[in-house]
Design a protein around this ligand. Structure first.
Ligand SMILES: Cc1cc2nc3c(=O)[nH]c(=O)nc-3n(C[C@H](O)[C@H](O)[C@H](O)COP(=O)(O)O)c2cc1C
Length: 179
């Protein structure tokens, strides 16, 4: 992880990360889910996700879950990737996140249009303007399935086209904070 060495980014241990207010951070402030590297990447806004502990021994591995609909261009990169990132931004970038969540990378360089600057690490990409980055190693991916919904009203509400999200569980292998 080359950019690790830069003064502007500080690697912190997951359990010391300052971000653990997931409902506000993910659901309220949103994040960018990014896969790919300098040879080609894509990003999208996400406001659905989880941060927690899973597998491993003792307290479990620090993990993050992202949910991606099949039609997202980002999914193509995510499916090929070993690593991906979740980037969180100061409030002034919310408009940029809105843009990246309503335009597809299939149609042009939406990152440049949104005014963000990619930072390329080894096998992953994040953004210069971010305040916090979680680098994730993909551990598990699977689609949500119709039979799994106990509350079937979610199907009608969120999946009228039955385009169930793909769930990606990643180990948080690096936490980068600005500092
Ligand atoms: C606030 C917000 C939150 C979103 N959250 C998700 C999400 O969690 N999962 C998802 O699949 N799409 C989500 N989207 C939609 C994608 O960001 C959007 O379809 C994007 O244009 C996909 O870009 P891509 O085709 O370049 O991958 C969200 C959009 C917005 C505006």
């Amino acid at each position: 992880m080359e950019h690790n060495e830069q003064i502007r980014w500080r690697t912190v241990r997951p359990e010391e990360a300052q971000m653990l207010a997931p409902w506000r951070k993910i659901g309220g402030e949103w994040m960018l889910l990014t896969a790919g590297d300098g040879a080609g990447y894509n990003t999208m806004t996400a406001s659905w996700g989880h941060i927690g502990s899973l597998w491993g021994h003792g307290g479990g591995l620090p993990t993050a879950i992202a949910y991606v609909r099949p039609q997202r261009y980002t999914k193509e990169f995510l499916d090929r990737a070993g690593l991906y990132t979740l980037s969180f931004f100061p409030a002034e970038y919310k408009k940029a996140l809105g843009y990246l969540g309503s335009h597809s990378g299939r149609d042009g360089d939406k990152v440049a249009a949104a005014g963000l600057t990619p930072v390329f690490g080894e096998g992953c990409t994040w953004f210069e303007e971010a305040s916090l980055v979680l680098v994730c190693r993909k551990l598990y991916q699977a689609p949500l399935v119709e039979e799994g919904f106990v509350d079937k009203s979610i199907i009608e509400e969120c999946y009228p086209h039955r385009d169930y999200h793909q769930m990606y569980i990643g180990e948080v292998v690096q936490v980068l904070e600005k500092g």
